[in-house]
Design a protein. Sequence first.
Length: 248
Amino acid sequence: MLLFPVSFLCAELFNKESKTIYRVFAFIALCLVVYGIIATQSRGGLLGVMAIVAYFLARTIKNPVVLVSILGFGLAVLLVAAGISDRQSGGAAESGIDESAMGRIYAWQAAINMALSNPFTGVGVNNFYVNYFFYSPHWDGKNHAVHSTWFQVLGETGFVGISLFATLIATIYRTLKRSGSKVKFCHQANLLVNVQALKAGLIGFVVSGTFLTQAFTWPIYIILSLSIALEQMLQTLSKDTQENRHDS
């Protein structure tokens, strides 16, 4: 959930045409939100933050070596600040593949088994947890969450559901790509910020979805709604611009 505002705050922060006071407030708010994500000790959350920041840095830093170095250093700082190795769910204390990693592997195997047993419907939305016992190759006495957006959709909605979900993500991307090409002709700096924020938000969702169960939470659907609304607005502005040019 906290990843959702990160993309908008970064878009405002990296917007050179924005007022200084807005960029200062965006920086302060971004630090607070990232601090909250660090406090969760979520690997997926940290990866999502880095993916969003990488999107905006890539637009300003053209040297790939410098870009990768900055991102690598930033990720190391976030990992240390979050204390990932001290997590109770598994970290440096375990030998070999830690408990947290093995728990995810077992959960992902359970999701695959659910989809194989119910290829068209899966086990139903929000039913992964209660069906874990019946499909997991390993039972430690308690059910577990899937800890992956993609495997969540696969296990709960089957192969049909994951196909539709992937199509949804691709559609949002294409919509934002069209909006990005249209906004250049509208000369609306605030709309450009929104296009970039939504693109970064989508990237953050896709990357963080590897470790977070967020297929049916609201952020991705808010991104979908805003993407549609933004494209409609840009289409209207483009028509008005073309009509004005024609009249002149």
